[in-house]
Design a protein around this ligand. Structure first.
Ligand code: URA
Length: 246
């Protein structure tokens, strides 16, 4: 049976973040099999009875799933040999080796997921699942319906035709416009290339949702662990139940 450090056990049980778990343990609120424990490195398994403030705590997940608002100027990688800041550096969890799920450009802000679960990663990124990604792009110029129609039917890029996308102008902003675009692929710099191809270069790009999971009011650089309802937003209720992620 898998053994966890107590601190990790509490973090996985959803009681606390790793850091506050350490504080909770140090303050003497945690008992293991009836004995007060204050050392966060104490090893426990799912068979041990762990209580916090008298309430029994159970591990509900062993993998880690994170939603982050990637800031501009941060790489969506696990590491960089040139020493640039990576999304993984922004997450202060111990004992977990996280990887970004898919990529966002250095100069793109917005929702990105991180995990140590390879199956989850596949389920989001494999092209056969056509996971929808939603972006808001500030573009130079004011696209008309006939321009957007090209994105809706699919356009030829240098790496082939794009799948039909949803595209609408959501705001006119002086000589510029904000285009909301939903794509079901994940090619390199795809949104920038699509909008450039119809004559509207991207000035700013933000990813606002993956599937039905929205960035919401998470500020740039902030992150949180996914909750049950987030898995439902990603995959739909039925599918989330079947997949048993988390
Ligand atoms: N499309 C882009 O052009 N850039 C991103 O970061 C993501 C999608």
């Amino acid at each position: 049976m898998e053994e966890f450090r107590l601190q990790k056990f509490l973090a996985h049980s959803g009681v606390a973040s790793r850091r506050s778990a350490e504080e909770i343990i140090a303050s003497g609120r945690v008992f293991v099999n009836g004995k007060r424990v204050t050392d966060p490195a104490t090893k426990v398994t799912a068979r041990d009875k762990v209580t916090v403030d008298g309430k029994t705590v159970t591990v509900t997940r062993t993998k880690t799933y994170i939603i982050m608002n990637k800031p501009l100027g941060v790489l969506s990688s696990a590491s960089d040999d040139r020493g640039r800041k990576c999304v993984v550096d922004l997450v202060d969890l111990e004992d977990v080796r996280l990887y970004p799920v898919g990529r966002l450009d250095y100069d793109t802000q917005g929702i990105i997921l991180l995990t140590d679960d390879g199956d989850f990663m596949q389920r989001i990124t494999h092209p056969k699942y056509e996971m929808v990604k939603t972006y808001e792009a500030l573009v130079k110029g004011e696209p008309e319906e006939e321009d957007l129609q090209k994105l809706r039917t699919g356009i030829e890029l240098d790496d082939g035709m794009t799948l039909p996308a949803k595209a609408d102008v959501v705001k006119f902003n002086g000589p510029n416009a904000v285009v909301k675009i939903e794509i079901r692929e994940g090619r390199n710099r795809q949104v920038r290339r699509m909008l450039e191809a119809i004559g509207f270069p991207v000035l700013k790009l933000k990813r606002t949702a993956i599937g039905g999971l929205e960035l919401g009011n998470l500020r740039p650089g902030m992150w949180r662990q996914l909750k049950h309802r987030d898995f439902e937003a990603l995959f739909g209720k039925q599918e989330a139940k079947k997949l048993k992620f988390g």
